[in-house]
Design a protein around this ligand. Structure first.
Ligand SMILES: [Zn+2]
Length: 115
């Protein structure tokens, strides 16, 4: 594709140029950034607003605790087998990692208690 073709396609809303890195990607309404930049921006915005986001989530959770718990309960019941299978698989696959983490936590706690 030459540059005229690209601009033509951009005009026709077939393509978009990323506002950050000039990558060209298929047109999606409201989408101004390529996937990579979109993820990076989301991450950055989360980092910058972490406290605000956490506070909002806490507030939301507080307000909707019962609903949230009911939903979790329902989800757990509905997916019990799936979850157990997943847990088993995860545990088998990551046993060493989990044990190491557990041990590290144990030592950290012990150290804290000693101080
Ligand atoms: Zn980009």
């Amino acid at each position: 594709m030459n540059i005229e073709e690209i601009f033509e396609k951009i005009k026709n809303k077939e393509l978009t140029i990323c506002e950050t890195c000039d990558n060209i990607f298929p047109y999606v309404p409201q989408k101004k950034f390529c996937d990579e930049c979109g993820i990076a921006r989301k991450r950055k915005s989360y980092e910058e607003n972490r406290e605000k986001i956490n506070a909002r989530q806490r507030k939301y959770y507080k307000k909707n605790t019962e609903r949230y718990k009911a939903y979790q309960r329902k989800y757990r019941e509905e997916n019990r087998e799936k979850r157990l299978a997943y847990d088993r698989k995860y545990l088998a696959k990551n046993r060493e990692k989990i044990n190491a983490r557990r041990l590290a936590r144990y030592h950290a706690k012990k150290k804290q208690e000693e101080e």
